[in-house]
Design a protein around this ligand. Structure first.
Ligand code: AMP
Ligand code: ZN
Length: 466
């Protein structure tokens, strides 16, 4: 039985979808104002593993991930550059799609953009104004938290007493609010040249939280199964989504809330604002493969923090190579009809271990351990004898099943191409000429792990496969 840690109840719960056999999932997507960093991708890979594992379990999954293509940062940056917000976000949307595809993330069933759903947001805000859960102040519209007594049920943050000078995470808007906790649903835009939309309650732009309420309910219904996102979104973003959605519909919003823990670096959260982030592209430029990046980011269960190091990434690169080499060996070693079946039994056991690990709130590290155990067992059989064809097929079939969820093996056509190796060598030469020896050494080690032997000749560096 598949179980999740539900942030809403703070308990491990059996997954019982609202509609048998179906799973409706929403995950908060990226704000497309820059290249996403690998901390963001840790969360999106967690979402992808969730998506794939629900499919593995036989659910008919509807997986929705939004793109936040309007927010204060996007508006400020595009105003600074004197371009429309769509012009500013377009290249980052393309880059995000490229990175997600390289990281083997499945495409969502729906990928709504906030700017295409302003009408739906206006509808929810109108309902909230009508039922007294929202009010206007100085032309902006705020959510009246005092009208939603369950506020705080997700984050368990107590709002007793004076919170005015409290947590910096409480939205601090410059406008007048009845209560410091109240958050903006719609922000007045007075300048006719500034980004804004017309609404019955005046020209303005949406608050961030209302975007996700509108897009999730549009595609999944007023009540759906799973809402996921990074842990930092739990409060206020998800708490506010609940208040807006339940305040408008009077029905429960999402049944299970799953939160991915942080990717850290030097034991600090990786964040653009802290300047300690690496984009996926930065890491690729250092010669690491997308499969290794994916492997590293999913190697620790999503509910636990993961500290990023290049050592860890090198380890992930070797682990991926080991698995790929193993698959190649099993595929290519001739079989022998010897009546043996130990590898069939080992494969069945590994699959059971994999499934029980994944059922346990997506314990990916245990799931990987099950795969590595199988590799070890079969390798030790192979040291003495060949596999029977039944054994070979069982091992390959189970590897394929694992990889339908973890997606770290790639296709054989994803073998490192000559051009990629040429590019790495060119990059290493450039690093050397810039006296960036640390980077040059890193690329050399990476090439060594790929079994590429470098030779210095009078015409420059030559290489061959070892
Ligand atoms: P943003 O583009 O800022 O809206 O963030 C996109 C997603 O990445 C959100 O779900 C965040 O919670 C998540 N996120 C941001 N930083 C990290 C991090 N260091 N580790 C894991 N997830 C993160
Ligand atoms: Zn969201």
């Amino acid at each position: 039985m598949l179980r999740f840690y539900n942030t809403l109840s703070r308990q491990i719960e059996d997954f019982k979808p609202l509609e048998e056999g179906k799973a409706k999932v929403y995950i908060c997507g990226p704000t497309v104002w820059n290249f996403a960093h690998i901390g963001n991708f840790r969360t999106f890979i967690f979402g992808d593993v969730l998506h794939r594992y629900l499919q593995f379990k036989g659910y008919d999954v509807t997986y929705v991930m939004n793109l936040t293509d309007v927010d204060d940062r996007i508006i400020d940056e595009s105003a600074k550059r004197g371009i429309a917000i769509g012009e500013m976000t377009a290249p980052y949307i393309v880059a995000f799609h490229e990175d997600m595809a390289a990281l083997n993330c499945l495409e969502p069933d729906v990928e709504p953009c906030a700017t295409d759903h302003i009408g739906e947001m206006i509808d929810i805000i109108s309902t909230l104004l009508e039922n007294g859960k929202a009010y206007e102040s100085d032309g902006s519209i705020y959510y009246r938290i005092s009208a939603f007594p369950e506020y705080g049920k997700l984050s368990k943050i107590s709002f007793e007493g004076n919170i005015e000078g409290g947590s910096a995470r409480v939205d601090t808007d410059k406008y007048d609010k009845e209560d410091a906790r109240d958050f903006a649903l719609w922000k007045l835009v007075e300048d006719p040249d500034a980004t804004g939309w017309d609404a019955p309650f005046g020209r303005g732009r949406p608050g961030w939280h209302i975007e996700c309420s509108a897009m999730s309910m549009k595609y999944l219904g007023e009540t759906f199964d799973i809402h996921a996102g990074g842990i930092d979104l739990q409060f206020p973003h998800h708490e506010n989504e609940i208040a807006q959605s339940e305040g408008a519909t009077g029905k429960p919003f999402a049944k299970y809330w799953l939160h991915g823990e942080f990717l850290k670096i030097d034991n600090e959260k990786m964040a653009k604002s802290l300047g300690n982030d690496y984009t996926f592209r930065d890491i690729r430029e250092r010669g690491f493969s997308p499969l290794a990046i994916r492997y590293l980011l999913l190697s620790v269960p999503y509910g636990k923090q993961l500290n990023f190091t290049f050592e860890g990434l090198k380890g992930a690169e070797s682990a991926v190579e080991r698995l790929r080499n193993f698959r190649r060996l099993v595929r290519e070693t001739p079989t022998e009809e010897n009546g043996e079946s130990a590898a069939i039994e080992a494969s069945a056991r590994a699959l059971e271990e994999f499934e029980s690990a994944m059922d346990d709130d997506l314990n990916t590290s245990q799931a990987l351990a099950a795969i590595h155990n199988l590799v070890r067992e079969v390798n030790s059989l192979l040291a003495d004898r060949r596999l029977s064809s039944g054994e070979r097929d069982a091992v390959l079939a189970v590897l394929e099943k694992f990889d339908s969820v973890l997606a770290v093996l790639g296709e054989d056509s994803q073998e490192v191409l000559d051009e990629e190796i040429d590019a790495l060598i060119a990059e290493r030469e450039e690093a050397r000429s810039n006296r960036d020896f640390a980077k040059a050494d890193e690329i050399r080690d990476r090439l060594a792990e790929m079994n590429i032997i470098l030779e210095d000749t009078k015409d420059g560096v030559r290489w061959k496969r070892g």
